[in-house]
Design a protein around this ligand. Structure first.
Ligand SMILES: [Zn+2]
Ligand SMILES: [Zn+2]
Length: 282
């Protein structure tokens, strides 16, 4: 089982690994740089070496990174599009240096330009990106979104459309976020609902493309289009969806990452992971 949480890289990327160990994670997600700034301080060799060493020491792996919230590859504004493209390129390069296998990203927002235009711009960015970085080994994982505002990716079909337009499809994966798909209108609580939603996912995107699962309960209801995370079992989702996923043999090897609120002591992560582990049928 690969279960864990998003961890802060404050003070150095290796700190995320140490915190992951403290919080009983098998694996973690990180930002490769500060998520609310465009600029990134270059990684030093020392920092990178220690990042690898701490993973070896602790046994905690880093299965994915998450891109900065400032990046919008769907932007109709040329300047922001270019800035986003450059920043995303740097993120992908940093993942490669850190040997992080997956970079999870929110596909982008069309900001009034229309969904089709937005999806095309996103796919176009990937085509340029993969040409620019031919040897990069990190998989770009499109995250399913809640559909807030003009955010794209709240329907499996939209993600499939992006992939359809990307030439090097092997370099694209998917991150499924439990809170987001529920808020976007996919029911997963009753077993039949869960099965039907996953069947839909498999038909449209393919389970083989699923690389990461984000484990978040949702503060808002089915189809609310509002993205608010809360602790496992304490939101509108309740425990059932997590029980289905934890016992779904097809998803056993997929890293499952919490993105729920927490304090410095990480007690909330420890508790959420305990709850999740208790759902596995013996
Ligand atoms: Zn997420
Ligand atoms: Zn979210």
């Amino acid at each position: 089982m690969l279960l864990g949480a998003h961890m802060s890289i404050a003070g150095g990327v290796y700190n995320a690994v140490l915190d992951g160990k403290k919080a009983t994670c098998d694996t973690i997600q990180i930002f490769t740089k500060s998520s609310n700034q465009w600029r990134a301080k270059p990684l030093t060799d020392e920092e990178v070496e220690r990042f690898f060493a701490e993973q070896k020491n602790t046994g905690v792996t880093v299965s994915c990174a998450h891109d900065s919230y400032l990046i919008n590859l769907g932007s109709p504004d040329e300047e922001l599009y270019k800035k986003s493209f450059e920043a995303f390129t740097v993120e992908l390069e940093r993942c490669d240096i850190l040997k992080v296998p997956n970079l999870v990203m929110h596909p982008g927002s069309h900001v009034g330009s229309g969904e089709e235009v937005g999806l095309k711009r996103i796919a176009n960015a990937f085509n340029m990106l993969f040409e620019k970085l031919p040897d990069n080994k990190t998989t770009v994982c499109l995250e399913t979104t809640a559909g807030q505002g003009s955010n794209l990716g709240y329907k499996f079909e939209q993600l499939a459309e992006i992939i359809e337009m990307v030439e090097d499809k092997e370099r694209i994966g998917i991150c499924l976020d439990t809170c987001h798909i529920f808020a976007a209108g996919y029911p997963i609580q009753k077993e039949e609902e869960y099965k039907a939603t996953m069947k839909e996912f498999d038909r449209i995107l393919g389970l083989v493309r699923l690389r990461v699962i984000h484990f978040n309960d949702s503060k808002k209801g089915l189809g609310s289009k509002v993205d608010r995370h809360t602790h496992i079992g304490q939101g509108e989702l309740g425990l059932e969806p997590f029980r289905h996923i934890m016992n779904d043999k097809r998803l056993q090897k997929i890293p499952k990452i919490l993105e729920t609120p927490k304090g410095d002591e990480l007690l909330e992560d420890i508790e959420n992971l305990k709850v999740l582990r208790s759902l596995v049928k013996k």
